[in-house]
Design a protein around this ligand. Structure first.
Ligand SMILES: [Zn+2]
Length: 303
């Protein structure tokens, strides 16, 4: 069932109110990637238990796996069933057209990431295409997120160490952030301050000083990608500094797979896999809950 335009606008209005609250009350909302129904259940259960607002997010591949309209419907069904504050974010969309389709489907949050598909895209191209999405989103009120650079890493388990000296060259700068935000009119700036996609053998380090300088340089919201494998105390500080949204993917995927392997090993004669899934989503739910606690979003839902 498609949402009507007034319903979509009411949702995006609530989403904007949520972002306002993150700034006023100094907490960050978790954006949790889903690529199956069990992971969505895990996020919904955690949101209900902790009365926390949550975003579920889907990247290009996850949209392909689940279907744009299906995602909207599933989220709406669980939102009603659990009585929770939950939104959808289109994560790392490589094209303007995909963003427009998600805006039409009523996604409240849109992340346009032109450099995802073409790492060599010029700043001007990134600005122009981001602006196109910002203008299109005005009709429903969807919030647009972007950044002028390519993010390192990938949402997977990495075995290599992190070369911080090399990564520092890709960090956001206050002037670069200010120019990009003013040139595009985005709602959310995805900052690169030591956050990397994926999980690594050593914990990640967030440059909180740089984050503070960027916070002071721009008015719009700030998001942090690549939250997995980051010591939780960084999130508490990031939320205090004024980060509104933190993306989590790999930490959930790792637990999902490991728990699934375990329960399959322990139940070699069970072919109704659905019966084994509660253990899997409960394990993922525990990950989501630990992030919610660290982000300070527990008890912050407005339902
Ligand atoms: Zn990301």
């Amino acid at each position: 069932m498609s949402l009507t335009i007034p319903q979509i606008r009411a949702n995006t209005m609530r989403a904007r109110h949520l972002y306002q609250r993150t700034r006023n009350q100094h907490f960050a909302v978790g954006a949790f990637n889903i690529d199956n129904q069990e992971t969505l259940i895990a996020v919904a259960r955690a949101a209900q238990k902790l009365r926390a607002p949550v975003l579920v997010e889907v990247s290009h591949g996850e949209v392909k796996a689940l279907g744009l309209e299906n995602i909207r419907d599933m989220v709406d069904n669980y939102k009603d069933e659990f009585g929770i504050e939950m939104y959808i974010n289109l994560d790392h969309s490589p094209t303007v057209d995909d963003c427009k389709r998600a805006i039409d489907a009523g996604f409240e949050f849109i992340h346009i990431d032109i450099s995802q598909e073409n790492h060599d895209a010029s700043l001007q191209e990134i600005i122009d295409k981001t602006k196109e999405v910002v203008n299109y989103a005005k009709f429903t009120g969807a919030l647009v997120e972007s950044e002028p650079h390519y993010f390192g890493g990938s949402s997977n388990l990495h075995t290599e160490k992190i070369d911080y000296e090399a990564i520092k060259h890709t960090f956001s700068t206050p002037d670069g952030a200010k120019f990009f935000v003013e040139s595009t009119g985005i709602d959310t700036f995805a900052a690169a301050v030591g956050n990397l996609h994926g999980k690594y053998p050593v914990p990640k380090k967030i440059d909180l000083e740089l984050l503070q300088v960027i916070r002071d340089a721009i008015d719009c919201q700030i998001s942090l990608h690549g939250g997995s494998g980051t010591p939780l105390h960084y999130f508490e500080d990031a939320a205090k500094i004024g980060v509104s949204k933190i993306n989590i993917n790999s930490d959930m995927r790792v637990v999902f797979r490991k728990t699934l392997e375990e329960v399959l090993r322990e139940n070699p004669d069970e072919y109704a896999i659905v019966k084994l899934m509660p253990e899997v989503y409960q394990a993922v739910q525990a990950v989501v809950e630990s992030k919610i606690e660290a982000f300070g979003s527990k008890g912050k839902a407005v339902i």
